[in-house]
Design a protein around this ligand. Sequence first.
Ligand SMILES: Cc1cc2nc3c(=O)[nH]c(=O)nc-3n(C[C@H](O)[C@H](O)[C@H](O)COP(=O)(O)OP(=O)(O)OC[C@H]3O[C@@H](n4cnc5c(N)ncnc54)[C@H](O)[C@@H]3O)c2cc1C
Ligand code: SF4
Length: 628
Amino acid sequence: MAPGVDGLPAAEREVDVSGPVAEFLRSLSPAVLLRLRLGLRAFEWLPFPWRFSRLGTAAAGEFLSKLERSRLALHHELLMMAKILSTLGYAVVPAVEARIGTEIGCALADGSLPEPAGSLGDTRPQGEGEECDVVIVGSGAGGAVAAATLAEAGLDVLVLEAGGRYDRDDYPADRLEAIATLYREAGLTIAAGSPPIPVPVAKAVGGTTVINSGTCFRAPDRILESWRQEFGVTWARELDADYAEAEEFLRVTQLDPERMGRNGQLAMEGAEALGASGAPIHRNAGNCVQCSSCPFGCAIDAKRGMHVSYLPRAVAAGARVRAGVEAQRVLVEGGRAVGVACSAREESGRQRPYAVRARQAVIAGGGAFGTPELLLRSGLGGPQVGRNLRVHPACWVGARYEEEVRGWEGVMQSYYVDQWEADRRVLLEATFTPLAFGGAWLAGTGEEHQRSILDFGHVGSIGVHLCDRSRGSVGLANEGALRARYGLTDDDARHVVFGIARAAEIHFAAGAAEVYPNIPRAGILRPGDLPLFEATRFKPSELRLEAFHPMGTARISADPRRGVCAADGSVNGTAGLYVADASLFPTSVGVNPMMTIIAFARQISRAVATGAADRPGRSSAGAAEAVA
Ligand SMILES: Cc1cc2nc3c(=O)[nH]c(=O)nc-3n(C[C@H](O)[C@H](O)[C@H](O)COP(=O)(O)OP(=O)(O)OC[C@H]3O[C@@H](n4cnc5c(N)ncnc54)[C@H](O)[C@@H]3O)c2cc1C
Ligand code: SF4
């Protein structure tokens, strides 16, 4: 895949890529590994009667460019899979980074180190199980905030997290190892469909906030109003105080255009030249200046993910956090959730049973994949569990500039353009992903792809996010593994293409020489190509998408036939069982969701505290008042 050009080393001949990637893939579950193996085998035999791995350099290069020109969706899917895996391994090779000149160094503008976060205490599971008032499954944006809110209300809270506990003292320095360690299925959770869409989520104490970009948005009023009117989320327009509290606690600040990096500045200049509305993004990372490496965990914890913000706050209020504990099933007695049966990972790697009894409530905060998975395994929540998956399909639109952009010297997600957010459902965000993630989306294959990699310092990029109406689902396969599917509609595909055209327009207005729309049939766009591009009808399968915001799989709906939870987050049909995470969203939220998940978790926690105060037991009498 990487034959070596102009000082970039050849994969395998000069630098080992397949070895580290094979090691990386060891962290996958058997079910996902099997699917990947089938895909790789299909790729290997695609040049039948020859095998890809036995082709010489020239023949392999020719074969890859043939695949890239192919009209068959399957060819593109297999090519993309091979490109993603090989670029992942190749991009983190020190000799490659040295040749391109990428330097990763997290820092604050004044050179200081962020103050240390409070302690999480002993996160090892204790004995064969524990008791508490409220057990929370998952420690991400929803679970962590619910834990802090309820612990501060005087309830005895236990948080269970399937992933491990990491912070700036121990994130794996090796980037492949970091992905394998911090992400569920090493980031290879993919929603099957046409096109298939990678939807990575984290598996770590702090959830996906450990590896996210720190972008903070409030939900658009019109979305919240539709949730109130159409889904009975009666409090949807009353989130201002919760947003404000979280913004203050997470020290959310708007980026200074001087410090956001050239990638964001180019998007800003292009948007301003077109008169398109936008602004520097608000983030929870204070005055950090570098370095576009948020998806590996912030080496200085400048970004206030849940593991360095709400979870220490919960622990300070008496909550316990247990890492490496996966909830398998909700325990129900007499129609009421009373705890969770779990599997706990010991330091040796051995799994052992672990049971938690909850006197007051069980809260599922496992995210839009983990929560329906738990409910399905438990047979709870009714037929809507796992349905209505929305993901914000996203597309990377790169461009080549004559000037040096050096996108890694700036904030990863830096400037948004919301000109087309309300009427065309498209939000643009200048986003510069590290080469390990973004490299696969660069143009070309073989030598051509390597030249694109060499040119990475001249690449600017804008992410296109769609507020989707298409739907998917999350289910359990026969062997019990998670299965996600997503069906992009023609209409949504047209909106994505519209967004790609607008991103291209911004790039050109900022001085880009060429734009990569990430649709193989469209090739490379040059100034003047946009009218023809926009007049072309592309099938959904022709788009190359990824997505970072799964939501909606246990949604709130006043009509139980259309959802899983009531407006207070309680799961239909089971008393004492709640959801507090992205699964609750009735539809796509349209902007980066973390802050709205936090606001929802605050609301649901209040309902839980009220329910707890109404029940006999250990809970503090003033719980409801304390969180009101
Ligand atoms: C690369 C990337 C960048 C992003 N950038 C942004 C951004 O800049 N701004 C933004 O607003 N959003 C961003 N997001 C999305 C955002 O981080 C998530 O939407 C949000 O964290 C979801 O919160 P959650 O509580 O629903 O789930 P998560 O934060 O995913 O947390 C769920 C946790 O539950 C655990 N869990 C699941 N099942 C179980 C179980 N059975 N037992 C025990 N534990 C379990 C998981 O391991 C996980 O740690 C990004 C996402 C990605 C992937
Ligand atoms: S860009 Fe991300 S990883 Fe780098 S210092 Fe800032 S928050 Fe940390």
